[in-house]
Design a protein around this ligand. Structure first.
Ligand code: G
Ligand code: G
Ligand code: NA
Ligand code: MN
Length: 260
């Protein structure tokens, strides 16, 4: 309850910041872009996890204002780092409530304009929950975003109420396989063969639908090699890079791939 009230003035008092986690091309293991992950430094309670405060912000509706701050901060940083010129993209998580705001597309367009970005450098990560709220409305918004050049990714795929119909109807460019699938993807795990087949099938399905596939939560070299054999397009996870504040990412931008 207290936290919900604190959320309201936390934006104005600059208590939020973004961390950035690299996403890598599978074949070259070179950087493809970054996912932005919000952090809240509470003046008394210290660092609070988004797993805790994002649901609170969704309940209270302050996610709309927070989401806009996140989007604009991501665009500002993308501009400052010249990501477009480097061929890199930025991915921003979008909550169902933000996506369903009547002026959502206008806000995205304004953020792109204000920071001189084209939509091609921006990916918005939505969840299956969003799609189920209002599939028709979501399809319309996603088409409008596509007109701006913005990519839409389905995040946490495979954990929610996934219906294959959604994948077929919803205009998407990318599928992010939830990290829950990755935890059994080790050759010495008892469920390895089944998990590997399941992953391979999801990747093939995504490719039939002309979607790029990103595997999240890649923690070992072995997982990375298996995913490469299965034809996964991009990888993200602690094995490649942990989410880090902007100043640490700047060092990464100057360096090469983490595991050449
Ligand atoms: O970064 P971390 O693993 O702690 O994030 C926990 C959860 O919070 C994840 O489900 C992630 O999608 C969500 N999250 C992180 N950053 C953002 C954000 O900027 N916007 C929204 N809507 N969710 C976020
Ligand atoms: O829901 P979403 O996929 O946006 O959440 C991403 C979350 O996953 C972030 O909070 C990030 O900190 C976390 N994360 C990123 N890479 C890894 C990883 O390799 N292992 C684990 N356990 N978590 C990860
Ligand atoms: Na995400
Ligand atoms: Mn995810």
């Amino acid at each position: 309850r207290r936290l919900k009230a604190d959320l309201k003035n936390a934006i104005a008092t600059e208590q939020f910041s973004l961390h950035y986690q690299g996403q890598y091309h599978m074949c070259s293991r070179t950087l493809a872009g970054f996912e932005c992950l919000v952090r809240w430094q509470h003046p008394q309670l210290g660092l609070i996890s988004p797993q805790l405060f994002i649901p609170l912000a969704e309940e209270s509706g302050s996610i709309v204002e927070l989401g806009e701050w996140i989007l604009r901060e991501a665009c500002r940083q993308a501009r400052a780092w010249n990501l477009a010129e480097l061929g890199l993209s930025i991915s921003v998580n979008v909550s169902p409530l933000e996506f369903s705001q009547a002026d959502f597309v206008a806000r995205v367009q304004a953020a792109l304009n204000d920071f001189g970005l084209s939509g091609h450098g921006l990916t918005l990560e939505v969840t299956e929950g969003m799609v189920h709220r209002d599939i028709e409305g979501g399809v319309t918004v996603s088409h409008q975003l596509r007109c701006l050049g913005v990519q839409v990714a389905m995040d946490d795929f495979g954990t929610g109420y996934s219906s294959l119909n959604v994948l077929k109807e919803f205009p998407l460019e990318e599928l992010k396989i939830d990290r829950a699938f990755l935890k059994d993807l080790h050759s010495n795990h008892p469920d390895y063969t089944r998990t590997r087949h399941l992953m391979g099938t999801i990747i093939n399905l995504a490719h039939i639908l002309e979607l790029q596939v990103v595997a999240e939560g890649v923690e070992t070299e072995e997982q990375c090699e298996i995913l490469q054999e299965l034809g996964c397009d991009k990888v993200q996870g602690y094995w490649l890079a942990k989410p880090a504040p902007a100043h640490e990412v700047e060092a990464l931008l100057r360096g090469g791939p983490p595991h050449p």
